[in-house]
Design a protein around this ligand. Structure first.
Ligand SMILES: NC(=[NH2+])NCCC[C@H](N)C(=O)O
Length: 407
């Protein structure tokens, strides 16, 4: 029987992927809030949606099933009690429970259709939307000081991060940034309540209430038995070790976790901003983080009682070891040119989404990297990204694979 989740590699033929088309949440970004909401600029929504649709159509044209997060979430909010419970969870995590206009807000949301409700939760609720007569507190009355009851979730189109499918199970991630923490509530809601997933005994490798953060951009499935996890601005060493324990204890196929330390800074916020797998033995890298020999600070956590931890110092050698390959090819984003490499990495040139071994989706703007990928024998599917890129994420970040064929 076909399992609803099945991802044993980064490159196996992609069959089903979870997306979110950017919506009104983008139009709730302001110059004052964009930094806190992890944007560097304010995208133009209609153009951004066009680019996102182009991306989705390239996938659909290759027979990849594209599921939309908001649609799945809304499909299971018809029932009144379910709706109420979800609203209350979302309000609690938005610090809007049992204070000021919380009752008015709950009534306001309860009146919406399931689709409208999900759209609203993602877009955010402005203080202006509720009647003055229901407001009690200073923070509500001073709405110009801070305009939202529920903050917008403009990063939701990066479906990669709130959760990651590993094997037949899923890691529902405790996210590092306040601006993103509520996103994984949608994933949990879908898994618990959507008929496609709810009765399928899907293992949970990580829970969203774990106190140390981990994000999907750091979780790479190298093979059936090996995953790589970045220890980064967003992912803590504590969570990586916990994930290892959970995977080993719950009988997943994973035998080894390669923990790779990357600089704690915005340009390399997740491992997938500096390193992705594009073919059985080929990877993109970023020269400022991974040099030709791939020297890095790496530890391998191995199944055992207790879990064995041992140090490595070369990404190249570690990959050859864990994947049992005689040689591997590291393709530097932007090539040898320092300027092109910095520019293209900033614009997610090494953030590729593999559709099959040797076939990847990239941003069209990163022409130096794309050319280099082609010269290394890869098929490159380019998508436009003038607006999408402003959220600092590429094709891998914008997709959460649910099903890949075996390699
Ligand atoms: N997997 C990734 N690299 N995701 C990129 C996420 C970008 C998003 N603005 C954030 O800061 O969280």
């Amino acid at each position: 029987m076909m399992r609803p989740l099945h991802v044993h590699s980064e490159i196996g033929k992609l069959k089903t992927v979870l997306l979110h088309r950017p919506g009104k949440e983008i139009e709730n970004l302001t110059p004052e809030t964009m930094e806190q909401l992890l944007f560097d600029d304010i995208p133009y929504l209609p153009a951004m949606q066009k680019e996102h649709d182009y991306f989705a159509e390239e996938l659909q044209a290759r027979d990849i099933e594209t599921l939309y997060l908001d649609k799945l979430a809304a499909e299971v909010l018809e029932e009144k009690n379910m709706k109420k419970a979800f609203i209350q969870k979302m309000m609690k995590e938005s610090h809007m429970e049992g204070n000021g206009s919380s009752e008015a807000l709950e009534e306001y949301l309860m009146d919406m259709s399931p689709d409208g409700l999900v759209e609203k939760m993602i877009a955010g609720v402005q203080k202006e939307e509720l009647p003055e007569s229901r407001k009690e507190h200073l923070y509500e009355l001073m709405d110009r000081h801070y305009p939202f009851y529920l903050d917008p979730m403009p990063n939701l189109y990066f479906t990669r991060d709130p959760a990651a499918v590993i094997g037949e199970g899923i890691s529902i991630n405790p996210m590092s940034q306040e601006a993103r923490r509520r996103e994984s509530l949608f994933i949990e809601h879908i898994l618990e309540n959507h008929p496609r997933f709810m009765n399928e005994s899907i293992p949970r490798w990580m829970h969203r209430d774990y106190p140390f953060p981990i994000e999907g951009g750091d979780e790479l499935i190298l093979s059936r038995s090996v995953i790589a996890v970045g220890v980064s601005e967003r992912t803590s060493a504590r969570a990586v070790e916990q994930l290892a324990h959970n995977l080993f204890a719950a009988g997943s196929a994973v035998e080894k976790i390669v923990a790779v330390e990357i600089p704690k800074k915005r340009s390399s916020m997740h491992l997938d901003t500096v390193f992705t797998m594009v073919d059985k033995d080929q990877f993109t890298t970023h020269a400022q983080v991974v040099d030709k020999d791939g020297r890095m600070n790496i530890f391998i956590l191995e199944r055992g009682n207790p879990v064995r931890i041992s140090k490595r110092s070369s990404l190249r050698k570690t990959l050859m070891e864990v994947l049992d390959l005689p040689e591997i090819n590291l393709i530097p984003c932007g090539g040898e040119d320092k300027i092109a490499s910095a520019r293209e990495q900033w614009n997610d040139g090494s953030n590729t989404l593999a559709l099959a071994p040797g076939t990847v989706v990239t941003y069209e703007r990163n022409y130096v990297s794309n050319d280099l990928l082609r010269r290394n024998g890869l098929e490159v599917v380019e998508v436009p990204s003038s607006e999408l890129v402003r959220g600092r994420g590429g094709p891998r970040c914008m997709s959460m694979p649910l099903y890949r064929e075996e390699v």
